[in-house]
Design a binder for this molecule. Sequence first.
Ligand SMILES: NC(=O)c1ccc[n+]([C@@H]2O[C@H](COP(=O)([O-])OP(=O)(O)OC[C@H]3O[C@@H](n4cnc5c(N)ncnc54)[C@H](O)[C@@H]3O)[C@@H](O)[C@H]2O)c1
Length: 258
Amino acid sequence: MYPIDLEGKTGIIFGVANHRSIAWAIAQVLHEAGARLAICYQNERVMEPVAKLVEPWGNGVLIECDVSSDENVATAYKKASKELGRLDYIVHSIAFANRDDLGGPFVETSREGFKLALDVSAYSLVPIARYGAPLMGEDGGSILTMTFQASTSVFPGYNVMGTAKAALENEVKQLANDLGPQNIRVNAISAGPLDTLSSRVITGYRDMKRIHAERSPMGRNITTDEVAKTALYLCCDMSSGVTGEILHVDTGYNIMGM
Ligand SMILES: NC(=O)c1ccc[n+]([C@@H]2O[C@H](COP(=O)([O-])OP(=O)(O)OC[C@H]3O[C@@H](n4cnc5c(N)ncnc54)[C@H](O)[C@@H]3O)[C@@H](O)[C@H]2O)c1
C-alpha cells in the first residue's frame, strides 16, 4: 500500500492473462490505492484464472476483449462505462508475435508475422486511445503502455517485437500531442526483463535477464512491483505534468554503453 489515494477514480486495464502479467501488478496497485477497475482479458482461454484473481475485490468488472478488432475495443469500453461511468486511467499492456518470429534471423520475418505483431502490439494502442479518450472526464486522465529497450537497440531474439515497440513509442508521442489539449496524458514504461508468459517465448530471454543484472548500474534485475509503482505514479496526479514520456524502469541498464 502506497500513500496515494485514488478513491473515486476508475480505470480499465487491458492485458491480464495470469498472476504474473505486468497488467495484473499494475491493477493491484491501482486497486489498493482505491481505484475501481475493469479488467480486460483476451479470450475464454484465460478467463477462469483472471476471474479468480479479480473475485476477491468484490467490485471488479471483467471484460473479454481481443484487441485485433476495433469493434471489440469499442464494445469493451461500452461495457466498462456502463459499470464505471467516467474513466480516469487506461492501461495497455499487450503484445503478441508468432513464436517463429521471436528468434532466428530478423531478416526471415514473414510479411504476415510482421503485420500480426505490429497490429496487436502497436496498432492496438490507437483504438484503445480513440475509444477511451471520450470516456475521460473534464479533468482528463492518463493512458499508459508497456515497452522495451529493443525499440532502439538490437536485442537478438526480440526481433519483430523490437520493431513493434519502436512503432508503439512513436504512437505514445503522437497520441500525447493529440490528447494533451484534453488534459489526457500518454506515457510508456520501458521495463527491464520480467518473468511472464510473453517473455518466456523470447529466444535468449534467460541470457537477456542475466546480462541485465550483471551490467546494469544497480547490479540486479527490476521487480514487477517496481514497474507497478511507476505505473501508479504515471496514472496519478503526482505526474500531472508528464506526457509523451518513455520512462525506463530497468535498474539503469539502458544508460550503459559497455
Ligand atoms: N515481461 C517483460 O520482460 C517485459 C518487459 C518490457 C515490456 N513488456 C511488455 O509488457 C506488456 C505485458 O506483457 P507481460 O510481460 O505482462 O506478458 P503477459 O503475457 O502476461 O501479457 C501480455 C498480454 O497480451 C495479451 N494479448 C495478446 N494478444 C492479444 C489480443 N489479440 N487481444 C487482447 N490481448 C492480447 C495476452 O492475453 C496477455 O494478457 C507487453 O507489451 C510486453 O511487451 C514486458
